[in-house]
Write a protein that binds this ligand. Sequence first.
Ligand code: MV4
Length: 493
Amino acid sequence: MQKILVANRGEIAMRVMRTAKEMGIKTVAVFSEADRNMPFVRYADEAVCIGPALSSQSYLRAEKIIAAAKQTGADAIHPGYGFLSENASFSKEVSDAGLIFIGPSSYSIEIMGSKIGAKQAAKKFNVPMVPGTEEPIKDIEVARNIANSIGYPILVKASAGGGGKGMRVVNNEGEFEEQIRTAKSEALNAFGNDDVFIEKYVGAPKHIEIQLVGDQHGNYVYLFERECSIQRRHQKLVEEAPSSCLTPEIRKQMGECAVAVARSCNYYGAGTVEFLVDENLNFYFLEMNTRLQVEHCVTEMITGIDLVKEQINVARGNKLSFTQDELKITGHAIELRVCAEDPYNNFLPDTGKLEMYQPPKGPGVRVDDGYEEGMDIPIFYDPMIAKLIAYAPTREEAIHRLCRAIDEYYIKGIQTTLEFGKWAVQTEPFRSGNFDTKFIDKYFKPEYLSPKNEEAEEVVALLSAYIWEKDKKADATASGPVTAVNKWKINRR
Ligand code: MV4
């Protein structure tokens, strides 16, 4: 493998190319017309425009991407996350074109892409699952009996769904038939497949996932867990590793179950197995993500492993470059997704210009970003503009480090989730580790953030400038101006 085409954009395109560069591998970027001036396009050794801004006309066009690989002589394609990363046909088309797909086989993606297929495969390996059905619902009466024996509330899930899409809660038998019908018609509309199944609804679970890597020779390692319970509308906002609630025994059991799930579909590449964990630390297999995930960085920090490097290593057909025994957790990492979203307004996407952009620096701080000061955040793609990762010897120190980095992060022109993140990690539930997937619903109110007050910001800025000028003439030991300048810092968002 000598030249990798990265079939993605933004921070993850940068992330993949950085490792490629370190490995002496050339890089090709593909970009839409909206992304012509993005850093990832300049960073690549070569770049090919693949169409208009809309993803459906650019980043989702397999044939254009494969043609760009041929044209530039790339011999491998890394899909990143999102877009075509979990598209079974794309994996196959890339291989059929004589290129290496840096990811799992089309077969593995297809099995895990069907939630029912995933449950059937995992069941053969005795992986614990929430009580429910492992067949698509055909007969409402049969399903109703199963639901009654499981007990309400029940969750109806679309087999082709995932990441929370196509789920409906059924609170009692009276709602059952209606909810099944609605779920089926929604699934057909959204995914072109109306297979649904039911599960017991676990009330307020933690979401914990296990990172793993497999090679093409049947070897697997797990790289421990990530705690991803702090989500909104199934968008994760804060992720950390390790989880503050697992014991070494449960960590090992979950790791071994994750490997069993991977084995059940002959998986190779990097992958993540999602579990629900209840208050008694019972864990249940949910689904498998057959890609590198956004939050892979926290795992990299605590293990010292470069996951992209290992993806490339196994895609080349090599054996895993480390064993389970060689892996251990060192320190604690917390990631905040910095999204162009307005926490004061229901986290609605906020587009506009990054009038000012200064990422934080210093010990234990990692920023994976894809934009630069002065750029517009396009409306066409994901609102995530950066990931801020704090790494420290202990969880407590990682929390303090993340807050320090958030204070240093200076973004003007768009609303972001930075202040939300600072609030979240300082709450009592987060600090004690006693939180679940209901965290934001239960505890968050926009009033908890420092009020956004642009007028006050202007006044404080003017005052600071005035005091600064005055101070130049005054005694150098005067103490007033320092406070005023600090106030400006605090209020400038
Ligand atoms: C569940 C559940 C409760 N009980 N399944 C949401 C995403 C998808 N991966 C599965 N999801 C859930 N499945 C049962 N049987 C609750 C969720 C869920 C959730 C899971 C992880 C993280 C955040 C969540 C938010 C709402 C619901």
